[in-house]
Design a protein around this ligand. Structure first.
Ligand SMILES: *Cc1c(COP(=O)(O)O)cnc(C)c1O
Ligand SMILES: [Zn+2]
Length: 442
């Protein structure tokens, strides 16, 4: 095999480990691992040739290379056997020119990367296709692993359950009771996962699943497992490819456990290493003010990691107080002259509503990223001619109760400035005509 990838310690301890070995943290320092790709063999192929290969594969029916993730197989898990790939043709999500919203805020080159337009409705599919495929190969090769498990704020478990079901591998998911949306809860149930709703928060579920997966027969699918980062990093490559390999000025995304921003950086860094691009966009990590440990440590110049007990937020998928991938995120932000912003409940809900009025259908997390965008534009940090990408992490349809509550003006700590409740009328054509006339202002 010409291309080589293996786990190694993110902090640089010696040692390398097979991607098919059950290992999540460095045996020396207990820190995170990362998947390292030997660059030299990859660099033997010229940037132009890689670009051509990717573009040829994307959306083709040549299974599994038409998937946005597996089109980059050599950059993800090069030695995975094709028969073990578990794919739903994830990736290739549309990059939406948010023309009207951009005009409203004075940024004409504004784009929203709709990662929620995916099999289970969030970007978590990008990572899960990689993790479940590797587990399938491990099991095919006689590993004692018999199930996969994850703690989740909802979207991880939906993705894990779907991909595990497609592979015929049992999935166990741990959800904080009453803290995920009905859509997020029903997805793993429908896919036949073992769903355990625990009387705790996400961080509490994480503690339990870490204990349970210690004996190596249950494989941990949380983002401390750096295989997921390999799949998620493809979004960075995809955005650049969608601009014909031009690097944008800014990429803004909502963050919780900090795996996704680490992944975004890793994808962008690989493009630089392969000579495909020659600069980095500035990354912006957007947090809910109710769950803002990264924002707090950024204010202290990242001197140390801060952990808090996250408070309840509508942006439930990022209600995380003790982010696992802190070190990786700090590297990503430092290396890209990045920023951290936060959004209150009022700001995130109204930002989502403003975007919806221009035709989008944004989840609360995307609302957090948009609120951060609005603040950075107001502060003059983002300029009117900058090319800005907002990563929309999930589909708004997964968060119906949030949308309903907003338009009923009953969300806590939110003044619904763009509420648009239905007009209830008797079936009387004159009254209907009158109502329409008054609403259209004629
Ligand atoms: C998981 C998730 C995030 C946060 O990603 P992290 O890797 O935990 O930082 C943001 N938005 C949505 C919708 C998610 O599901
Ligand atoms: Zn180490």
């Amino acid at each position: 095999m010409e291309y080589q990838a293996y786990f190694r310690c993110f902090r640089g301890c010696p040692g390398s480990y097979s991607l098919y070995q059950v290992i999540y943290t460095c045996p020396h320092c207990g820190g995170l691992l990362e998947v390292h790709h030997e660059l030299e063999p990859l660099q033997k192929r010229l940037g132009g040739s890689w670009r051509k290969l990717m573009v040829e594969r994307i959306s083709s029916t040549q299974w599994p290379y038409g998937s946005g993730v597996w089109a980059m197989k050599e950059w993800v898990v090069p030695d995975l056997r094709d028969e073990n790939v578990v794919s739903m043709y994830e990736g290739n999500s549309n990059l939406f020119w948010a023309e009207r919203l951009g005009k409203q805020i004075g940024v004409s080159d504004l784009w929203v990367k709709l990662c929620g337009n995916s099999h289970t409705g969030s970007f978590k599919d990008l990572g899960m296709t990689v993790l479940v495929s590797v587990v399938k190969q491990m099991m095919a090769d006689g590993s004692p692993v018999k199930a996969v498990a994850a703690a989740s704020t909802g979207d991880t478990s939906a993705a894990l359950a779907a991909y595990a079901a497609a592979a015929g591998i049992p999935a166990i998911v741990f959800l904080p009771q009453n803290k995920v949306s009905p859509a997020q809860l029903i997805q793993p149930i429908a896919n036949g996962a073992h769903v355990l709703a625990l009387d705790t928060d996400f961080d509490g579920c994480m503690e339990i699943v870490k204990e349970l997966t210690k004996d190596n027969s249950i494989y941990l699918a949380n983002s401390m497992n750096s295989l997921r980062v390999e799949g998620q990093k493809t979004v960075g490559v995809e955005i650049v490819r969608q601009f014909d390999w031009e690097v944008p000025d800014w990429i803004i995304m909502p963050v919780g456990n900090l795996g996704n921003i680490s992944a975004l950086y890793k994808g962008l860094k690989l493009l630089m290493d392969l000579g495909i691009t020659d600069k980095m966009p500035r990354l912006v990590a957007a947090q809910a003010a109710k769950a803002n440990p990264l924002f707090r440590s950024a204010q202290q110049g990242f001197q140390k990691k801060i952990s808090i007990e996250a408070e309840s937020t509508s942006a439930s998928a990022i209600q995380i107080g003790n982010p696992v991938s802190y070190d990786k995120a700090v590297q990503a932000l430092n290396a890209t002259n990045g920023l951290v912003e936060q959004a209150t409940e009022d700001e995130l809900a109204n930002a989502a509503a403003v975007a919806d009025r221009t035709g989008m259908y944004t989840c609360p997390h995307t609302g957090v990223a948009l609120a951060a965008l609005f603040k950075l534009v107001d502060r003059g940090e983002i300029k009117s001619t900058d090319r800005v990408i907002v990563i929309s992490t999930a589909h708004g349809l997964k968060f119906t109760p949030f949308k309903v509550a907003y338009h009923q003006s009953v969300l806590d700590e939110v003044v619904s400035r763009h509420a648009n409740p239905p007009v209830e009328l008797p079936a009387d054509v004159d009254l209907v005509r009158e109502a329409i006339a008054s609403r259209l202002g004629s």
